[in-house]
Design a protein around this ligand. Structure first.
Ligand code: NDP
Length: 294
């Protein structure tokens, strides 16, 4: 029987000795997730294209207190390349024999083309002239196809963790977006359509991969500070998103960006609750209560 003391936060959410990989772990939401997992005992390998960003992120944020986890740059990797993904899996396999959690945060946004006119001729011109097939392809490639191939690449190592630690232990957390749920283009049809694909891909992978005892869930963030949302980061790879910028949008009930702590709570919940599978968890400050779609 469970004792009351078994339900302490540190027991429920400990990821001590977990081995994790985070794509896009060198900045923004991926780095927040890396910090959350490492702070609670996990060994977290981060990947991305820029080696320098990975190094700076690990140097600045790997826990220094003994007994805690680590943030480790794995290898530079473009997740849209199968060759790079295979090299990445090989580099990981030289260090570890299983993977408890894969979190896919690598993602890009697309060019803006706001449908903000009621004249059909103007509307056509704006959308036609400002967007390209190439931009649609790049966005879909990184935000959907690369999430799929990153997950597929690590499946045997995820299954190895389940075999080691028990039924549905290993999991994948896909960072999708509230943009993939809402019925508002936010001025970038291609990004929101791609993120809709990311959301559905999560559901498909969850249903298919439970056969090999791997869970797949998604976090659909609202506005969080990152290189994507602020176009920059500091020497420690962190970004700032002031509350006024969020208030200007006029559709964020929380009136501010999401915090590192709020992202950490979502990551730890989906990592540790083995009874959750196929869930799309919006952490959006209430935006989807205001903007239709859910
Ligand atoms: P960042 O730009 O800070 O993070 C994205 C990371 O992905 C970067 O570290 C980047 O590193 C990496 N990356 C991009 N393309 C590739 C690639 N081809 N191969 C490997 N790594 C890649 O932005 P966010 O933290 O905001 O983005 C993380 C995820 O969160 C994205 O999927 C985004 O769509 C999603 N999201 C973000 C929201 C927000 O408000 N911040 C809201 C909703 C969703 P590098 O350039 O070195 O490769």
């Amino acid at each position: 029987m469970v004792q009351t003391s078994d339900l302490k936060v540190e027991k429920l959410f400990s990821v001590k000795d977990y081995v994790c990989v985070i794509t896009g772990g060198g900045s923004g939401i991926g780095l927040m997730a890396a910090q959350a997992l490492a702070a609670n005992g996990a060994k977290v390998y981060i990947i991305g294209r820029r080696e320098e960003a990975l190094k700076k992120a690990a140097e600045s944020h790997s826990p220094t207190d003994s007994g805690n986890g680590q943030i480790i740059p794995l290898t530079p990797c473009d997740v849209t390349s199968k060759d790079d993904l295979e090299k990445c899996v090989k580099a990981f396999s030289e260090k570890e024999d299983h993977l408890d959690l894969l979190l896919t945060a690598a993602g890009i946004t697309s060019t803006k083309a706001a449908p903000d006119t009621e004249d059909a001729g103007d509307l056509k011109a704006k959308l036609w002239d400002n967007e390209t097939f190439e931009d649609w392809r790049n966005t879909y490639n990184t935000d959907v196809a690369a999430v799929y191939f990153s997950t597929v690449a690590f499946l045997p190592l995820l299954q190895a963790a389940t075999k080691k630690r028990g039924h549905l232990h290993a999991s994948v957390i896909v960072i999708s977006s509230m943009s993939g749920i809402m019925r508002d283009s936010q001025g970038h049809f291609s990004y929101n359509a791609a993120k809709g694909g990311t959301v559905h891909l999560t559901k498909l992978m969850s249903a298919e991969f439970q056969k090999i005892r791997v869970r797949v869930n998604s976090i659909a963030p609202g506005y969080f500070p990152s290189e994507m949302t602020t176009s920059e980061s500091g020497g420690d790879q962190k970004s700032e998103l002031p509350a006024e910028k969020i208030q200007e949008k006029g559709h964020v009930p929380a009136q501010r960006a999401g915090s590192d702590e709020e992202m950490a709570q979502a990551v730890l919940f989906l990592t540790k609750n083995l009874y959750v599978n196929g869930e799309i968890l919006a952490v959006d400050g209430g935006v989807l209560n205001v903007v239709g779609g859910r």
